[in-house]
Design a protein around this ligand. Structure first.
Ligand code: UDP
Length: 237
């Protein structure tokens, strides 16, 4: 192990973060707790912490091979990972390949409609405000990111989408949309947070069955089964 675990720095909805003996590294510990609708709906998805940890690490590894810099350092256990200690840019970046969720509500377009190009959206990370949608002018004008950072974030997000879309298509899954976050680390923008069924919409390519957190949000049942099925598709078990 490259660093020793120290005190807890933070506890979020789905993860805890611990300091380590190295100020440049922290340990992320994934929980089974699930929330939706900005924390209004709460529950547990048994085995989710392990699945999200292992899947996110696998996908970050895949992206790293394609030249995307990420926070991933070392998987310490089934639910704990050593990552670079970044300062999170307070933006949620959403990439969409298929209309679903809030985009369907906002536009009236049916879930499943295919836009003529991938759509990038920005949201301001704020639990109190419920993560409002913003545009790049807001981010610049309010100092949430610089022009150079925004350009980097947008080009990385589009490249990440292309890599992941292709990968998931290969295992029979449509990557409908996903949310990513970026961090500042030693003067660079790198991919941080997680990529998992909590943060992506995955639909079976043939049946369009949902294999992600929408099963929890919409009380569809079969939540654990869907998360396990995604692990099986990826070849992680
Ligand atoms: N998403 C997320 N965290 C959020 C909001 C959205 O991980 O706080 C993900 C969500 O799982 C989906 C995508 O981003 O894969 C687009 O979500 P959308 O804007 O449609 O919002 P939702 O319908 O989930 O409220």
């Amino acid at each position: 192990m490259k660093a020793e675990q120290k005190e807890q720095l933070y506890e979020g909805k789905a993860k805890k973060v611990f300091a380590t003996s190295d100020p440049d590294l922290v340990i992320v510990s994934y929980k089974d707790d699930a929330t939706a609708f900005n924390g209004l709906k709460k529950g547990t998805i048994v085995g989710k912490g392990v699945i999200n940890n292992r899947m996110s690490n696998y996908l970050m590894g895949l992206l790293a091979k394609e030249g995307i810099e990420t926070h991933y350092v070392e998987e310490l256990s089934d639910s704990d990972t050593l990552v670079k200690h970044v300062q999170i840019v307070p933006l949620e970046v959403i990439m969409r390949n298929v209309v679903a969720g809030s985009l369907s509500k906002r536009t009236g377009l049916p879930e499943g409609a295919i836009p003529s190009m991938p759509i990038l959206e920005l949201y301001y990370k704020s639990d109190e405000l419920g993560d409002p949608m913003i545009n790049s002018d807001h981010a610049l004008a309010f100092g949430w990111a610089t022009q150079a950072e925004l350009e980097q974030i947008e080009s990385m997000a589009r490249k990440i989408n292309e890599i992941l879309k292709k990968f998931f298509a290969g295992v029979g899954v449509d990557l409908v949309d996903f949310k990513i976050e970026f961090g500042r680390y030693k003067g660079k923008i790198i991919l941080a947070d997680e990529i998992s069924p909590d943060t992506c919409r995955f639909w079976d390519s043939k049946t369009k069955e949902k294999l992600d957190k929408d099963r929890f949000r919409r009380d569809m049942g079969g939540v654990e089964g869907a998360y396990h099925e995604m692990m099986r598709r990826i070849g992680l078990k």
